[in-house]
Design a protein around this ligand. Structure first.
Ligand code: GDP
Ligand code: K
Ligand code: MG
Length: 267
């Protein structure tokens, strides 16, 4: 049975959306040894499982609560990620989105709280965002149940009909990029990983993700990753962060439009 995982920053409306998308749910505790509950349900009128996870700002966990998201990606094997965002705070929200898009599992973005954005004079052209981010986006107002039925249909369609989009590949600064590419190639060849997962893992490892460091240790990947020529690259984390932020700013600038009284008015 297919599984959809809800992931996003705290307070973006994940649980509200989860409640609107599902018709029955249960709490499942103590999952992979983490004491935080995750909430599981089934997508209305389907047998597709939906999982609500604690909100995070990045996949690099600081607390145990925050590690649930990345543990779920590593071990939960979701078929589709529903990335719930606050449409008025995309610049910050898309930092997590990039980490999810790099992971390689298909992503649909809910631009939730679209009612708040509609009260400003800014709107976004969804086809432009979709093209730049390599994924579908849907505007929703989970509190007023607007856009939720369409989102549900999109989730079903992308699990049953549509070919999955390729993972997002942001090109990082030259030395960092060369290092990532080289280590990811070796990981894929020597450890049977998909190229997308190998690339994602390398980036997360170099970005000091402690969960991924432990994963690399457990799977004996550390020597390979630490032998990469960029291992001592100065300010690796800074370069990754800055490149992602520039990508987000360019993406939002390309998609930004002046709001008119009629645009998206039904939401
Ligand atoms: P979570 O932390 O991501 O699970 O977020 P919640 O589902 O708990 O929602 C946080 C708050 O945002 C609650 O007060 C919700 O009622 C509110 N909320 C959720 N979706 C929307 C929306 O689309 N528009 C508005 N205005 N508020 C929303
Ligand atoms: K909350
Ligand atoms: Mg919640």
């Amino acid at each position: 049975m297919a599984t959809v995982a809800l992931l996003g920053n705290p307070n973006t409306g994940k649980t509200t959306l989860f409640n609107e998308l599902t018709d029955k749910y249960a709490y499942v505790g103590n999952w992979t040894g983490v004491t935080v509950d995750k909430k599981m349900g089934t997508l209305r009128h389907t047998k597709i499982a939906v999982v609500d996870l604690p909100g995070v700002y990045s996949l690099n966990p600081i607390t145990k609560d925050e590690s649930v998201a990345i543990e779920y990606l590593l071990h939960g094997d979701p078929d589709l990620i529903l990335n719930v965002t606050n449409a008025s705070q995309l610049k910050r929200n898309l930092l997590l989105t990039i980490e999810l898009l790099e992971f390689g599992t298909p992503v649909i973005i809910a631009l939730n709280m679209i009612d708040d954005l509609n009260r400003t004079n800014v709107t976004y052209d969804l086809p432009t965002l979709a093209q730049r981010l390599h994924c579908q986006l849907k505007a929703t107002n989970a509190r007023n149940k607007k856009g939720v039925a369409q989102l549900r249909d999109d989730l079903v369609a992308s699990l049953t009909e549509l070919p999955p989009a390729a993972a997002l590949h942001i090109t990082y600064p030259t030395l960092v990029e060369q290092g990532i590419t080289q280590a990811a190639k070796k990981l894929a060849a020597e450890h049977g990983m998909t190229p997308d997962f190998a690339r994602w893992l390398t980036i997360q490892f170099m970005n000091q993700n402690q969960t991924i460091r432990a994963y690399a240790q457990a799977h004996d990947l550390k020597p390979l990753l630490q032998s990469a020529p960029f291992y001592d690259a100065q300010n690796f984390e800074n370069q990754i962060f800055t490149t992602r932020l520039t990508f987000i700013e360019d993406t939002l600038a390309a998609a930004r439009r002046q709001n008119t009284p009629t645009s998206q008015s039904e939401l």
